[in-house]
Design a protein around this ligand. Structure first.
Ligand SMILES: N[C@@H](CCC(=O)N[C@@H](CS)C(=O)NCC(=O)O)C(=O)O
Length: 212
């Protein structure tokens, strides 16, 4: 397998965790976002959307991290990253989507570049935008996790799932932007438990070959 990845990409980080959890080896193909390598024609030939990550397996390319994690789950079922019961799967997918569909797009590189350029924001202005959407997104995620009563060591009881693969990179991102994470004890408790696991530790940004 080849993973088109960038060390700071939280969507690529999700896949690195999922691949590690399933014990699947991959060859990293580095696509630098600050150098705009994701917009080069050779990468657009891999992923026409021009976004990282993309996963190549068996000569086929898979894009969109949630869809790709579902692909991995179907093709390489062990250990499972989804619970057995339909209602629990729906909960895990909801947690993953709160992060990947509601929080992450507001704070993506192209969004930050756009608000900076179009509204003449300086770095403080961009950080205010970033922290606003983190506070709103993590606040509602915290309420959802606490209210559902399904979380345990991880987002779903004591089973690592795709929800954790999404939660940990989002917290890394929020830490990078120095967001106040004290209001989210459930999220931070899960984060702490995940970061005791090799699969998560090895996938973190500063352990990647392009992190130098
Ligand atoms: N929904 C996509 C998001 C992919 C995405 O936005 N990746 C970011 C890096 S985390 C990216 O390539 N950004 C480039 C840009 O915004 O220009 C997924 O889950 O794969």
């Amino acid at each position: 397998m080849k993973l088109y990845t960038f060390f700071r990409s939280s969507a690529a980080f999700r896949l690195r965790i999922a691949l590690n959890c399933k014990g699947l080896a991959y060859e990293p193909q580095i696509v630098s976002l600050p150098k705009d390598e994701h917009k080069r024609s050779d990468y657009l030939a891999v992923n026409p959307q021009g976004l990282v990550p993309a996963l190549e397996d068996g000569g086929k390319v898979y894009v969109q991290s949630l869809a790709t994690m579902e692909y991995l789950e179907e093709k390489y079922s062990q250990p499972p990253l989804l619970p057995a019961a339909a209602e629990d799967r729906a909960y895990v997918r909801a947690v993953a989507q709160i992060i990947a569909c509601e929080i992450h797009p507001m704070n993506n590189l192209r969004t930050l570049r756009y608000v900076k350029k179009s509204y003449g924001l300086d770095d403080d202005g961009v950080n205010t935008w970033y922290r606003h959407w983190i506070a709103e997104g993590l606040g509602s995620l915290e309420s959802y996790l606490a209210g559902c009563g399904k979380s345990g060591k991880y987002c779903f009881r004591d089973q690592v799932t795709i929800a954790d693969c999404c939660l940990v990179p989002q917290v890394f991102n929020a830490q990078r932007y120095e967001c106040d994470l004290a209001p989210y004890p459930v999220i931070m408790g899960i984060f702490g438990q995940c970061m005791k696991l090799d699969a998560f530790v090895k996938a973190q940004p500063n352990r990647q070959p392009d992190a130098a």
